[in-house]
Design a protein around this ligand. Structure first.
Ligand code: IMP
Ligand code: MG
Length: 178
């Protein structure tokens, strides 16, 4: 699997340092407040696991699964909820935990959908931001790394459902794209 990686973009050490930094900011920002982390599956899973154990506050977690990509590297633009939250978020402080914001279509759909449920607040925490391809402008509250317009894999991110378990974020060898 690692031989399919052309280049490591973000090392596991860099991810570790960044999650600690973000968790510190979140801990400071949500002092004495309710906090519900909403992880967007499947890509946000590793980030959630590392982030949440470093947030020093009582918190709850919940999960939502959406699909916007087929098996390829381009978004289909059509977002579907595959699995919805268990929690009622009315009056809650929701912090969305995402792997990557690319065009912004997925996030915009999720935010608009969650807003109809009348949470007290919605903020966004993403490990990666790919601003070059943004189509919809959504304010991001916590961003790990800005990355160039490359298709990345690892640390939760997949290509055709593979590579999510790589401990770093890497760029796939282009000859492996279909
Ligand atoms: P958006 O709707 O274009 O912002 O895409 C968001 C979703 O597409 C993310 O949650 C990822 O699941 C997926 N995605 C976008 N860029 C990449 C990438 O470079 N590698 C793997 N998945 C990606
Ligand atoms: Mg995702």
């Amino acid at each position: 699997m690692e031989e399919d990686v052309r280049e490591v973009l973000i090392t596991s050490e860099e991810i570790r340092e960044k999650t600690a930094e973000l968790a510190g900011q979140i801990t400071a920002d949500y002092q004495d407040q309710d906090l519900l982390l909403v992880c967007i599956l499947k890509g946000g899973l590793l980030f959630l696991a590392d982030l949440m154990r470093q947030i020093q506050l009582p918190l709850e977690i919940d999960f939502m699964a959406v699909s916007s990509y087929g098996d390829g590297t381009e978004s289909s633009g059509v977002v579907r909820i595959l699995m919805d939250l268990e929690a009622n978020i009315q009056g809650r402080n929701v912090l969305i935990v995402e792997d990557i914001i690319d065009t912004g279509c997925t996030l915009e759909y999720i935010v608009n959908n969650l807003l109809t449920r009348r949470p007290a607040s919605i903020k966004i925490c993403t490990l990666l931001n790919k601003p070059a391809r943004r189509e919809l402008d959504i304010p991001l509250d916590y961003v790990g790394f800005e990355i160039p317009d490359r298709f990345v894999i690892g640390y939760g991110l997949d290509y055709g459902e593979i590579y999510r378990n790589l401990p770093f974020v890497g760029i796939l060898r282009p000859e492996l794209y279909s």
